[in-house]
Design a protein around this ligand. Structure first.
Ligand code: AMP
Ligand code: TRP
Length: 342
C-alpha cells in the first residue's frame, strides 16, 4: 500500500477517568495542540467506552468526561479547528469494534501488557471489555482512516496491534482499504514518571496524590509537589550521560525540557551543576507559569457545562459524517447486504 493514498489525518483519545495529570498534558494534550496548530486535520476523543471497561460511577464519569473536554480546550485545542467529541456519541466506533473483534486473534490480545497490568492477578474476574479494549481502540483510529496517532510511550503496543488489525483486514479481504497508522511518540516527555518514584510512570490511578501534578491543582499545590519530589543528593550533571542511573533527576529534567520546548542537552547547559535546592524552585515557577492558566481555564469552562455539551454534540456530528461512510464501505467489503447505498 502506498502511504500517499491516504491524506494525513490525526486521531487520539484519552479516557475520562479523572485526574488528568502532567503526563497526559506533556505526553498527549500539548502534542495534540501542536498537531492542530500545524494545520493538520485533527480528531480528539474522550473515550468513555474505554473508561467503562473498569467500574465507573455514573455521576463521576459524567463529570470526568466534561472535565476532560475542558482540559482539551484549556490545553489549546480549538473545537472549530479540531473535532472534539465523546466516543459513545458516535455509534460507529462500537460497530467497527465488532468487526475488529472478528479480525483480532485471541493470541494477539493475550500479549497485551496493559491488560495484564490492569487485570492483575485475578484476570478471570476482569471484564470481557477490558480484554477487547485494543480492538475498540483500533476502531477509534481506523473508522476515520487516521494516519497518525500521537500518544505516550505506554500506548505503543496497542498501536502495533492496530497496525496488525489494519493489515490483516486488508490482507483477508484483498483490499487496500485501511491505512496502517503511524504512532507518533516523540519528545522528551513520552513517559513522565511519578514524583515519588522514578521507576513508575505518573498515573491517574496512583493512590498517592503527591506522585502526580493534576491539571486541576492550584499554584500552591503544584509548587509544593515539586518541592517535595523525590531526588538524590547530587547536583544536576552538565551532560546527559550523568543522568543515566538517576531516574528521579532525569524525570525532573525531562519535565523542564518539555515545558520549555528544549532538549535535555539545552536544559543541562542552562542548569548543569545546580543543586536541587536551586533547580526545584525554578522548575516549580515554570510549572506554575505553564499549568496554572490551564487549571484556571478548566475551572472557568466547567462553570458552563451546557456549553461543553454543545461542543461535544457538534464534534460528534462532524465525527459521524466522516465515520459513517467508512463503516458502510467496510460492511460492503465484508459482504453485508444493505451496506451499499442504493
Ligand atoms: P490515559 O490517561 O491512560 O487515557 O492516557 C491518555 C494519554 O496520555 C495517552 O496518550 C498516554 O500515552 C498519555 N500518558 C498517560 N500517562 C503518561 C505519562 N506518565 N507520561 C506520558 N504520557 C502519558
Ligand atoms: N488506550 C488509550 C489510553 O489508555 C486511549 C485511547 C483510546 C486512544 N482510543 C485511542 C489513544 C485511539 C489513541 C488513539 O491512553
Amino acid at each position: 500500500m502506498t502511504e500517499a493514498a491516504f491524506t494525513p489525518r490525526v486521531f487520539s483519545g484519552i479516557q475520562p477517568s479523572g485526574n488528568l495529570h502532567l503526563g497526559n498534558y506533556l505526553g498527549a494534550l500539548k502534542r495534540f495542540a501542536e498537531a492542530q496548530d500545524k494545520g493538520l486535520e485533527t480528531l480528539y476523543c474522550m473515550v468513555d467506552l474505554h473508561a467503562v471497561t473498569v467500574w465507573q460511577d455514573p455521576a463521576a464519569l459524567r463529570h470526568a468526561t466534561r472535565e476532560l473536554a475542558a482540559g482539551f480546550i484549556a490545553s489549546g485545542l480549538d473545537p472549530a479547528r479540531s473535532i472534539l467529541f465523546n466516543q459513545s456519541q458516535v455509534a460507529e466506533h462500537t460497530q467497527m469494534a465488532w468487526v475488529f473483534n472478528c479480525v483480532t486473534r485471541m493470541g494477539w490480545m493475550q500479549r497485551m501488557t496493559q491488560f495484564k497490568d490492569k487485570a492483575g492477578k485475578n484476570a478471570q474476574n476482569a471484564s470481557l471489555g477490558l480484554f477487547a479494549y485494543p480492538a475498540l481502540m483500533a476502531a477509534d483510529i481506523l473508522t476515520y482512516h487516521a494516519t497518525h496517532v500521537p500518544v505516550g510511550e505506554d500506548q505503543k503496543q496497542h498501536l502495533e496491534l492496530t497496525r496488525d488489525i489494519a493489515m490483516k483486514f486488508n490482507h483477508d479481504y484483498g483490499v487496500d482499504f485501511f491505512p496502517v497508522p503511524e504512532p507518533v511518540i516523540e519528545g522528551t516527555a513520552t513517559r513522565v514518571m511519578s514524583l515519588r518514584d522514578g521507576a513508575s510512570k505518573m498515573s491517574k490511578s496512583d493512590p498517592s496524590d503527591m506522585s502526580r501534578i493534576n491539571l486541576t491543582d492550584d499554584a500552591d499545590t503544584i509548587a509544593k509537589k515539586i518541592r517535595k519530589a523525590k531526588t538524590d543528593p547530587a547536583p544536576l550533571p552538565s551532560e546527559i550521560v550523568g543522568l543515566a542511573d538517576r531516574p528521579e533527576a532525569r524525570n525532573l529534567v525531562n519535565i523542564y525540557a518539555a515545558l520549555t520546548d528544549q532538549s535535555v542537552d539545552q536544559v543541562l547547559r542552562e542548569c548543569g551543576a545546580m543543586p536541587f535546592s536551586a533547580f526545584k524552585p525554578r522548575l516549580a515557577d515554570l510549572a506554575v507559569e505553564k499549568l496554572a492558566p490551564i487549571s484556571a481555564e478548566m475551572a472557568r469552562l466547567m462553570q458552563d457545562v451546557a456549553e461543553i455539551d454543545r461542543i461535544l454534540a457538534d464534534g460528534a456530528r462532524r465525527a459521524r459524517a466522516l465515520a459513517a461512510p467508512i463503516l458502510r464501505q467496510t460492511y460492503d467489503i465484508m459482504g453485508m447486504v444493505g451496506a451499499r447505498e442504493v
